[in-house]
Design a protein around this ligand. Structure first.
Ligand code: ATP
Length: 510
């Protein structure tokens, strides 16, 4: 655990030192759970968004994009259920005065039991080595079985109490599990209360209820209210999807853990409209498509796992998360939800407008069912950053390298003259001026070549192009690879082709 916390600390300080992420309004000592993306962070974030948009919108004939307003008519949030039910159950520890999400405390307790099971399995593997049959071990080992039973029991109680809004029941579960406050170490808990996560503000100069509007807590509702606008103008046939990337706001109670949980963040959401009754097929389809999207980045597959929701949201008939092994452990990175026809029906009811589709294939009008994929840009940023940052032991040295997937790297190429004289800088700039149309490039001539390479390693630039005296004679340069540190000599005219093959978005999308 300590090791993991230290990892998070080194990611935060690396992100700050190299211009990826700064605390917001830092000169005023920052604002809790709000961050600014610096010069390199903005590039990485844009590349993540471009990868998602390209893959979800432009690579699918039946998915289109949208960019709806952050402010929406207040009835939207009444209809969607957010005004009445977008709550987190809170509990305070009376000794430390720290506030926690009750559901998160319980989930962490479950995770601890899960880790016990993993330890037991690891012990079995060590004992039986090659003869070890993990599936059989899990199905028969009494310690594993006892713990699995414990987890099921806790999950059932959690589902029941949270589902029925039985806050005393939630508190009793915390007491029964003997959960202690990580700060004070005591079990001196308050009652559990519900807290609404939406930020509200006032429209124009009128105060009071009538003018209260909300900062959207999710981008999805902008898609639902535009469902017919888009369907009619695009003439798309079901099944089809509408995607959007945009800011969302939640007054998170416990907002620690860097950019993992912020009060202002960005989402990439896609709502896929399907024929009622076909939603489970599409739910499975999008689960498999989305995990493919993640795996194409080359991050180890063991960093991801699916987690079915214990308590389904009021609108869902199936839901799971893609969890990622963040420095703080496995946590939600993306949600995939089968939202039924709940949202469209609610908007029909509250607006009095029909939000239906005429399906020519079956000659029927219906309110479509919806599968949603929803991923936070900032959590994806943290996933990519934390899985890429490494300290490597070299023969006589160590180096810090950010082995970002090349297509996401802020700079694809650093162009460098070996020395600052003999016409080498001019030649280097000439090369950069051609490459910059297709790739984000940076020019660097200060310090020794070794130091410059290290600098580019630390910000994740996959390739350095070194211009030397031989370049002036035969128009060749060396390319130095960030990950292998190997160098190859190539013709200048081949550079664009090489970098396209190795760094373009196509490498992820094929
Ligand atoms: P959590 O359980 O972690 O609070 P959630 O289940 O409320 O998340 P969703 O409502 O499913 O999250 O939102 C979809 C996605 O938006 C999440 O998978 C996550 O990547 C992102 N997200 C949600 N809340 C935040 C936040 N406060 N900061 C950053 N990203 C967030």
């Amino acid at each position: 655990m300590q090791q993991k916390e230290d990892n998070l600390k080194s990611i935060i300080s690396h992100a700050k030192e190299y211009g990826f992420v700064f605390p917001s309004s830092e000169i005023y000592d920052g604002l809790a759970a709000t961050y600014d993306y610096g010069q390199l962070g903005a590039e990485l974030k844009n590349n993540i968004k471009a990868y998602w948009w390209k893959s979800m919108v432009q690579m699918h004939e039946n998915i289109v994009g949208l960019d709806s307003a952050i402010f929406m008519h207040p009835t939207t949030w009444k209809a969607s259920g957010h005004v009445d039910a977008f709550n987190d159950p809170l509990i305070d520890n009376k000794d430390s005065k720290k506030r926690y999400r009750a559901d998160v405390l319980i989930e962490e307790a479950i995770e601890k039991i899960r880790q016990k099971i993993d330890k037991e399995v690891a012990k079995g593997l060590k004992r039986f080595e090659d003869a070890f049959n993990e599936a059989e071990f899990r199905a028969t080992n009494p310690n594993v079985l006892r713990n699995v039973e414990k987890i099921t029991e806790i999950e059932n109680r959690m589902r029941e109490t949270l589902g029925n809004n039985d806050l005393d029941g939630v508190r009793n579960l915390i007491i029964d599990l003997e959960i202690v406050c990580p700060v004070s170490g005591t079990k001196n808990w308050t009652e559990v209360r519900q807290f609404n996560l939406m930020f509200s503000t006032e429209l124009g100069s009128v105060a009071g209820d009538a003018a209260t509007i909300y900062l959207r807590p999710e981008t999805a509702q902008g898609i639902f209210v535009n469902f017919l606008n888009v369907q009619k103008t695009s003439r798309l046939k079901i099944p089809f999807g509408i995607a959007q990337i945009g800011k969302a706001f939640r007054n998170e109670i416990v907002a620690r853990q860097f950019i993992f949980r912020m009060r202002e963040f960005e989402q990439m959401e896609m709502q896929f409209f399907v024929r009622p009754g076909e939603e489970m097929k599409w739910y499975d389809y999008w689960k498999s498509e989305r995990i493919k999207w993640h795996k194409a980045l080359g991050i180890p597959e063991t960093s991801y796992r699916f987690h079915d929701h214990i308590k389904l949201a009021h609108y869902a008939n199936a839901a799971c998360d893609i969890e990622f092994d963040f420095p703080m452990g496995f946590k939600e990175l993306e949600g995939i939800h089968s939202r039924t026809d709940y949202d469209l029906k609610q908007h029909e009811e509250h607006s009095g407008k029909k939000l239906q589709y005429f399906d020519p294939e079956i000659n029927e009008n219906y309110v479509p069912y919806v599968i949603e994929t929803s991923i936070g840009v900032d959590r994806m940023f943290l996933a990519v950053l934390s899985s890429s940052l490494k300290e490597e032991q070299l023969e006589n040295d160590t180096r810090v390298v950010l082995s970002l997937p090349a297509a996401l790297a802020p700079y694809k190429v650093a162009v460098m003259p070996l020395t600052k004289k003999d016409g080498l800088p001019e030649k280097a700039r000439e090369i950069l001026n051609v490459l910059k149309f297709d790739f984000n490039c940076v020019y660097d001539e200060k310090d020794s070549a070794g130091k410059r390479y290290r600098r580019q390693d630390a910000i994740g630039t996959p390739y350095c192009v070194m211009v030397d005296h031989q370049t002036l004679e035969d128009n060749t340069v060396t390319i130095r690879d960030r990950d292998t540190m190997e160098q190859e000599r190539v013709a200048i005219e081949d550079l664009a082709g090489i970098f396209t093959d190795r760094c373009s978005m196509k490498t992820l999308l094929m």
